[in-house]
Every structure is written in C-alpha cells, then in structure tokens.
Ligand binder design. Structure first.
Ligand code: NAD
Length: 267
C-alpha cells in the first residue's frame, strides 16, 4: 500500500521506538520523511537506513534533522530546513515524549517543567510552525499527535506525563476545530503499553512484563509497528473526514479492564 506517495512528513523523536516505526512505515507507503532527533545522531542515521530499505520502489527521500522540540529557535530551524529540502511539508507527527516517575509530592519543579516542555510545549511549537506553513500555500495539511491512554486514564506517580497527555487531548481538539475550515486535520493516537525504550523498566524483565501484560485485556503489549499502522491510516486520504479524534490503540486498556469479571452485581 502506498497511501502516502510523495507526501512530505516531519516526525519528531523518530530515532527510536514508535517514532522510528512511523518513519519506516510512512517511507514504505511512499512518503518523504524528515527524521527529527534530539541527541544520538547514530540512531537517527539507523532510522534513515531502515526507512530507505522499506521503500518498495526505491524512490523517496529521508532527511535527518536535529532539534530539541521544546526549544523555539531549534524548532523554527528544523521547519526551515525541512521545508527548504522538501519544498513543502504536508504532515507533522508530534511523537517525541518523555516521562519521569516520582511520587507527586516529591517532584522537583524542574523535572515537572521538563516533561511538560517536551510533551506539550513541543507539540504546540511544532503545530504552530506546521499550521503557519499549511496556511501559506493551498492544500491544507495533517497534524498527528502521539498521545497515550493516559490522555484519559490517570497515572499516579507520573503526574507530569499524565497532565501532558491530558493537555494533548485538548491541543488536538482545539486545533482541529480552529482549522477544520482550512483543510487542516488534527488527530491523535493513544497507545497503551508498547515495547519501546521508554518502557525499559519492564520490557526485558519477564516477571515485570508479565505483571504489566496481566492488566491488558488482549494479554500482550503492542509492538511499534501496530501503532505506526494507525498513524499511517490517520495520515492518509482514507481518514479524510476524520478530525479532532484520538484513536486508542491499547489492546482494550481503555475498557475498564477491572470489569472483565462481574464483581459488582453480586450474582
Ligand atoms: P522512546 O523513548 O523510544 O521515544 C521517544 C523519543 O523522543 C526518543 O527518540 C527521544 O530521543 C525523543 N525525544 C525526547 N525528548 C526530545 C526532545 N526534547 N526533542 C526531540 N526529541 C526528543 O519511546 P516511545 O515509546 O517510542 O515514545 C514515543 C511517544 O509515544 C511518546 O510521546 C510517548 O509518550 C508515547 N507513548 C508511548 C507508549 C509506550 O508504551 N511506549 C504508550 C503511550 C504513548
């Protein structure tokens, strides 16, 4: 399937995990992909090689662009470089994100600020630059946000992360409503537990992983490709009438899993 043939896409935090899988999937679907990374150029180059290898007909371009998404000047430079290299931008994927677990009463304000800066200020800055560009030429555009089930499910000890994803829901909806009339669609994907570096605490520890997966109705964590597939659909013309939505790709985690057994009826 090449639903994104010739589309120019910028993906933040694309040197690992879900962002890397999105870059590879979008390249496989024919897109030119700008791979943003903050640090670790080698990993970004590895993503570039994987995206190149995924192309069925060999055509299409990959670009590696360094920027911290929370830094306004670096974000502006990243967009300028991408638009200069590709000619124009059609799709932005706000994927970069971090988390820092800590009991809420012990959080350092600098740690709180950093998570909000990367997870919420970053998508704001990137969306603003993308929308300015989309409005500067005909054709509209697409913005996709990598949210989380924690957009709607509280996550104790991950307060800043939870708040950032809750805010992302309103970022998605507000921008979708504001620019729907100008051909700009804004949507989000809400993954559950995915096997990526952000979950290094449990992915390689069979006991810890079993504990995590015991809470998931479908019984297992997702791999990044399963999440990238949802992004590819939302980016494509097949989702042309979808805006302001979060699609949860979470193996049933948003379905109140504790109700799998009838503990409330007494029968
Ligand atoms: P990951 O750690 O592999 O990916 C995060 C990426 O963001 C990394 O490449 C990192 O270098 C990059 N990044 C961090 N700070 C940055 C900054 N300031 N500027 C630019 N890039 C920066 O983990 P992942 O699971 O692939 O996470 C990607 C997104 O998916 C995040 O937004 C995360 O919240 C979301 N998500 C992940 C899961 C999961 O279970 N893995 C579940 C729900 C949502």
């Amino acid at each position: 399937m090449e639903r994104l043939q010739g589309k120019n896409v910028l993906i933040t935090g694309a040197s690992s995990g879900i962002g890397q899988a999105i870059a590879v999937r979008f390249a496989a679907e024919g897109a030119n992909v700008a791979i943003n990374y903050r640090s670790g150029a080698e990993q970004a180059e590895a993503t570039r090689a994987m995206a190149k290898a995924a192309r069925s007909n060999g055509s299409g371009r990959e670009l590696v662009v360094q920027a911290d998404v929370s830094n306004e000047d670096q974000v502006k430079q990243m967009f300028a470089t991408t638009i200069e290299e590709f000619g124009q931008l059609d799709i932005l994927v706000n994927n970069a994100g971090i988390q820092k677990p800590c009991p809420s009463h012990e959080i350092e304000s600098s740690d709180f600020d950093r998570v909000i800066s990367v997870n919420l200020r970053g998508p704001f800055l990137c969306s603003r630059e993308a929308i300015r560009h989309f409005l500067s030429r005909p054709g509209g555009g697409v913005i996709l946000n990598n949210s989380s089930v924690h957009e709607i499910i509280p996550k104790p000890k991950y307060l800043s992360y939870s708040i950032s994803k809750g805010g992302m829901e309103n970022l998605t909806k507000s921008l979708a409503l504001e620019y729907a009339g100008q051909g700009i669609r804004v949507n989000a994907v809400g993954p559950g537990a995915v096997v990526t570096p952000i979950n290094k605490a449990w992915i390689d520890n069979p006991k810890a992983r079993g504990e995590v997966e015991s809470h998931i109705p479908m019984g297992h964590a997702a791999n990044s490709c399963e999440i990238a597939a949802v992004f590819a659909f939302l980016a494509s013309h097949e989702a042309s009438y979808v805006t302001g939505q979060t699609i949860f790709a979470c193996g049933g985690l948003t379905l109140y899993p504790e109700f799998r057994v009838a503990w409330s009826s007494g029968e």
